[in-house]
Design a protein around this ligand. Structure first.
Ligand SMILES: Nc1nc2c(ncn2[C@@H]2O[C@H](COP(=O)(O)OP(=O)(O)OP(=O)(O)O)[C@@H](O)[C@H]2O)c(=O)[nH]1
Length: 345
């Protein structure tokens, strides 16, 4: 364990990966299967509605009631250091802090923040780079900078292996291997990574000193090419409606999203007889999921949807989403839910 080096220090492990690669899924898995490790969580989301933290918070709530010391904080990058102060306070007694980077974050900047933290109890615990094995090639062709992000990782997690045939998966793994060279690659599905594996600092197989490429000085003085900064190319659009949504029009919109939307996530309220619960919405590229869930006590019945993409036509997206709001005369019986069932199992 990284802690072994200095008993009082808490390793901060960064989890990065492009939009939709499975960071929240991995985090939820870790929190559910923490093996008694006390995990503090920082969610650094991008977008005005912090859906990731809502999802993770759902897990953390239940864990807190079990008394295992999980914390969850949604923060902006600039708040990270004060977050570390709170998390590392002696009362929290955490074993590790996991930071879920926004899908658009530059991992180098996050590493800088951790290495530059003024908190004496914090130590950099390594970077986990998630890869969506299905989308790897197409993301890379649009964002060649992904290669350098992955090379910073201590462990590359090749996720969504369940969606590929073994042969295809092997081919993707070889391509990732060519990019990351000696960085260990772990093949998983649904972010099922053993907590104990992540909370060690993996040594590079060939040269343990290579990790020193990430010294503070080098990170601070290396000039980022901001023209290629992912944030500058991606925008988010947040939508909220207290009125229920029409399932058929919403599914149609998801199947044919407006403009260059890469990822849609959120919570949907249909309010159909027998389907009064919430639906957790996740689309990655053409992959759509609408998973039924229950509202927590006191949770507002609203639909919240965040669209993420390049050069979003916000006006058009809003028109399309407003068109999905239920109108008088729309069916409200069980059959109205049929289009949703295609994506809810
Ligand atoms: N089939 C399959 N689906 C997965 C796997 N991992 C994650 N997913 C699904 O992929 C979608 C995106 O996963 P998230 O965990 O939200 O991804 P993320 O990286 O946190 O996404 P951003 O916050 O947008 O960057 C969700 O619908 C997940 O259920 C996997 O291994 N296999």
């Amino acid at each position: 364990m990284a802690r072994g080096q200095e008993e009082s220090k808490i390793p901060v492990v960064l989890v990065s990966g492009f939009l939709g690669s499975g960071k929240t899924t991995l985090l939820n898995h870790l929190l559910r299967n923490n093996r008694g490790i006390r995990i503090g969580v920082v969610v650094n989301d991008f977008g005005s509605i912090n859906i990731d933290s809502m999802m993770v918070a759902g897990q953390v709530d239940s864990m807190v009631s079990l008394g295992n010391g999980c914390l969850c904080c949604a923060v902006d990058v600039s708040d990270m250091d004060s977050m570390f102060d709170v998390l590392a306070s002696s009362s929290s007694q955490l074993d590790v802090i996991v930071v879920e980077a926004s899908g658009l974050a530059e991992p180098r900047n996050l590493i800088r923040l951790v290495l530059g933290s003024g908190n004496p109890r914090i130590t950099y615990g390594g970077l986990v780079g998630l890869v969506d094995s299905v989308e790897f090639d197409s993301i890379r062709s649009k964002h060649p900078e992904i290669d350098s992000h992955l090379r910073l990782a201590d462990l590359v997690v090749l996720n969504k292996s369940d969606l590929l045939e073994p042969e295809e998966l092997g081919a993707v793994e070889s391509r990732v291997r060519r990019v990351v060279d000696e960085v260990p690659i772990l093949i998983t599905s649904h972010g099922q990574v053993d907590a104990e594996l992540l909370f060690e600092v993996p040594e590079r197989a060939d040269d343990p000193t290579e990790a020193r490429q990430l010294t503070l000085d080098e990170l601070l003085y290396e000039d980022d090419d901001h023209a290629r900064h992912l944030h500058s190319r991606y925008t988010t659009f947040s939508f909220e409606s207290a009125e229920p949504m029409d399932p058929r029009r919403l599914v149609d919109m998801l199947e044919n999203p407006a403009g260059d939307v890469y990822r849609i996530k959120g919570l949907v309220y249909f309010g159909i007889d027998g389907y009064e619960g919430k639906f957790v919405l996740n689309t990655v590229g053409r992959h759509i999921r609408l998973q039924p869930d229950i509202w927590k006590d006191g949770e507002q019945r609203v639909t919240r949807i965040v669209s993420i993409g390049t050069e979003l036509d916000e006006e058009l997206i809003e028109i399309r989403l407003l068109d999905c709001v239920r109108r008088p005369g729309d069916p409200t019986d069980e059959s109205a839910m049929l289009p949703v069932h295609r994506y809810s199992t």
